[in-house]
Each structure stands twice: as C-alpha cells, then as structure tokens.
Design a protein around this ligand. Structure first.
Ligand code: NZQ
Ligand code: ZN
Length: 395
C-alpha cells in the first residue's frame, strides 16, 4: 500500500511539564482562549498553575469554562464567539477529550464561513472541512482519546441528536503538553473508560485495516498489552504516577496516527458508539466497552483467523489451526473479562439502554457513513440489520 503520513504536533511529555505552558503558548500567541470543562481543573489546581505560568509569560487569558462531556455544538459556538469578541489569537484546550475537541473546533469555527456544523460529517453531500484554525495547544487531563495529538474532534449537535467527527489538517495542535500528573485525580471509572477507549482505537485498525501490515499489528499489540499491564494499576491506585504515565503514553500513541498509518481501517465500533452517546449522553469509553466485544463476536464469524491471532498474541492462547474459532471466541471472552475487571460495563442494560431504539441507532449510524451499498464500512461492512443484531446481543 502507498501512503503518506504527517503529524505536525510538537509533543512535550512528562510529569511537571505543565509548568512550561506559559513559555510554550507565548511562542504561538499573546491572547489565549483557555477552554475548560465542568470544573475538575479548578478543583485539582491545574487551572491555577497554568494561569500563573501563562501570566508570568505575558499571555493574556480569556476563559471559556463549562464544556460538557460529549461536547455540544452550542458550547463550540459560544467559545468561538468569545474568541472573536475578545480577539484571541490562540486556543488552549485543557481537560479531557471533550474539552480538547471543543477547543479544536472553536479554533476552526472562529474564521469558518457558514455553519460550523458543516465541518462535522453527518451524512451531508458536501463535507466542508475547515482549512484554517487559530493555533491550538492541548493539555490533556485524562488519558483516553488521543485528541491531544491528532487532527480529529467529536461534537454533538444537541438539536438533531447527532454526534460525529471532523478530521482536518488544521486541527492538529501546535503543541501537546502531556503531563501525567494532571491525570492523578481522574476517578477509577473514568480511568477505566479511558483505558477501554485507547485499546479500542487500536483494535479498530487491527481488525478493520488492510491485510499485510505486520509492523502495525505489533504496534497495536504493544499498545494493548501495555494498557492491560498498567491500566489496572492506575485504576486501583490513582496516585501511581508511573502507571498513569504508561497509560497516558499508550493513549497518545494509540491515536496519533502511528499505529493506523498504512492500514486504511474504518472505525465502525466508534461510529456505533457515537450514536449511543448522542442519544444517551454516556461516557464514550463505557459505550465502547459494551459495543466492541459484541462487534468482535460478530466480525469473528467472517474472519476467525484474525481474531484467533488476537487471542494468541494478547492472551497467549495456543491455536489448533490458524482459523481456530474456539480460540477466537475465547480471546474475545477474555478481553471482555478484562474490561469487566477494571470496572467497565459490558452490557447495554448497565448503561440503562434497552431495546426500544435499536433500529434507530442502526439507521443513524449508517446515515453518518456508508458505502455504496448503504453499509457501515468495516470488515465486514455492516447493514442496519447487522448493527441491530450486534446491539441486541449486548442487551
Ligand atoms: O468536565 P470536567 O470537570 O473536566 O470533568 C471531566 C468529565 O466529567 C472528568 N475529568 C477530566 N479530567 C479529569 C477529570 N476528573 C478529575 N480529574 C481530572 N484530571 O472526566 C469526565 C469525562 O471527560 P471527557 O472529556 O468527556 O472524557 P474523554 O477524555 O474520555 O473524552 C470523551 C470525548 O472525546 C471524544 C468522545 O467521543 C467524547 O466526546 N473522542 C474524541 C476523539 C478524538 N478527538 O480523537 C477520539 C475518541 O475516539 C473519542 O470519540
Ligand atoms: Zn475513542
């Protein structure tokens, strides 16, 4: 396969690196829109520390607080308006993936002509990608999405109940300041959801990508094994800085493009989950934890060898032959048991989701992205009926 790859984000990684935020931001702007979530950065002192570093470097700070989990389009519009009114020349997203994503889309919305919702893929004929954005600095406080070092963002249109994504070159942050100390206060449930999210980022390309990508397979397996080794330690003892650092590095690598380059894989589990969180406002990683094993059992029917290899390489199962379906299923069971062991839900009922809207979820999923046959891309491509079947199996 031919491919090109570029990730222009400058990464600053390590405990204590937050103290560099002032000098880093000052290289790219003078007046910053500082975007934060529901208050965790204030409660744990991150906000104050960042502010004093920014002030010391002579950066003026305009705050945009209150970005909600599963960030709403209205929050993006509010932030973009503040940036315009105040003449901000740089945007800092400091928080979880929701806050960083909202900050990225705000930075692009400031100069976007027309309705910013048109940047987000939602089944429209013309996907109008943003071509410019204010410089973006990301400061993740939760290890999960990888948003800090990629060009993607996910936003919910609360009026239409559609949650979807944009991927654009201008959304790559200039700098990602990844300080694992900032994640010490993440509660066990969100820590576990983040672990599930980062693992799912690599299982998507592992199972849906092109054949013949041995190095990418090893990258993905390395991310999964690292997350499975260090993740439970971070869940059990939130103050274990080494575990926090290993998990956060895995989360960065899982979706900064290195693992996926050359695989051309679709992300069907993500598209299905986004529809669930659009309708039910659940945590993204929690939704994935239910959908991914259910999807794996479905997909393993058509590609047992791929799932058998996952079982072999991740869980050390021995295969009777490359197509060993029993081993494939055993590997998926063990993966689900791992998710359960760290406190992730594995049934829709644990998320208080019943069977009333299964057809609607399937319809909404396929509406966002479909191939020429009207199927959700992936291996195998899925019809609406297939998606209903997968979700029904997870009730
Ligand atoms: O809002 P605050 O008060 O900050 O609290 C948050 C929120 O309640 C809290 N939290 C974050 N850092 C904390 C903390 N609590 C204590 N201490 C800290 N240090 O955690 C809660 C969840 O935050 P959120 O940002 O929603 O979580 P996450 O990082 O999992 O982000 C999820 C969002 O990212 C999207 C998801 O769809 C979802 O909307 N994604 C973005 C991607 C991307 N840009 O590349 C890819 C992903 O696949 C994903 O789709
Ligand atoms: Zn994800």
């Amino acid at each position: 396969m031919k491919f090109e790859f570029e990730n222009p984000t400058h990464l600053v990684f390590g405990a204590g690196t937050l103290s560099q935020i002032g000098e880093i931001v000052r290289k790219h702007g003078k007046k910053a829109l500082l975007v934060t979530g529901g208050g965790s950065v204030k409660r744990n002192g991150t906000f104050e520390r960042a502010l004093s570093s920014l002030n010391a470097a002579g950066v003026t700070v305009i705050e945009c607080a209150g970005v909600e989990p599963n960030p709403r389009l209205s929050s993006v519009m509010r932030g973009a308006q503040i940036a315009r009114d105040e003449g901000c020349d740089i945007v800092i997203g400091m928080g979880g993936g929701s806050t960083m994503d909202a900050a990225k889309v705000m930075a692009a919305a400031v100069n976007y002509e027309g309705d910013p919702w048109e940047m987000i893929i939602h089944g429209q004929d013309n996907w109008r990608l943003p071509t410019s954005a204010l410089p973006i600095i990301t400061v993740p406080t939760l290890a999960a999405t990888g948003s800090e070092m990629n060009g993607g963002a996910v936003v919910t249109n609360e009026k239409t109940t559609v949650k979807s994504f944009v991927i654009a070159k201008c959304l790559y942050p200039r700098v990602a300041i990844v300080d694992p100390e900032l994640t010490l206060s993440v509660p066990p449930d969100q820590t576990a959801f983040g672990i599930c999210d980062l693992i799912t980022h690599v299982t998507e390309s592992y199972f849906n990508g092109a054949d013949g990508t041995p190095l990418q397979d090893r990258f993905a397996e390395g991310v999964i094994l690292t997350a499975m080794e260090w993740g439970p330690k971070a869940v059990t003892d939130g103050n274990n800085l080494e575990a926090r650092a290993q998990v956060q590095w895995a989360s960065v690598v899982a979706l900064n493009g290195w693992v996926q380059v050359g695989t051309a894989g679709a992300f069907p589990v993500h598209i299905i989950e986004h529809v669930l969180s659009a309708h039910h406002d659940i945590a993204h990683g929690a939704g994935l934890s239910v959908v991914n094993p259910a999807w794996m059992r479905f997909a393993a029917q058509t590609r047992p060898a791929r799932f058998a290899r996952f079982a072999q390489r991740i869980f050390g199962l021995s295969l009777k032959h490359p197509d060993d379906r029993d081993a494939a299923m055993e590997g998926i069971d063990r993966f689900e048991a791992f998710l359960h062991s760290i406190g992730c839900p594995t049934r829709l009922s644990q998320l208080e989701i019943g069977d009333a809207l299964l057809e609607r979820y399937a319809h909404d999923t396929v509406h966002i992205i479909h191939d020429g046959e009207g199927h959700l891309p992936g291996r195998p491509p899925m019809s609406e009926e297939d998606i209903v079947e997968i979700l029904r199996s997870a009730l």
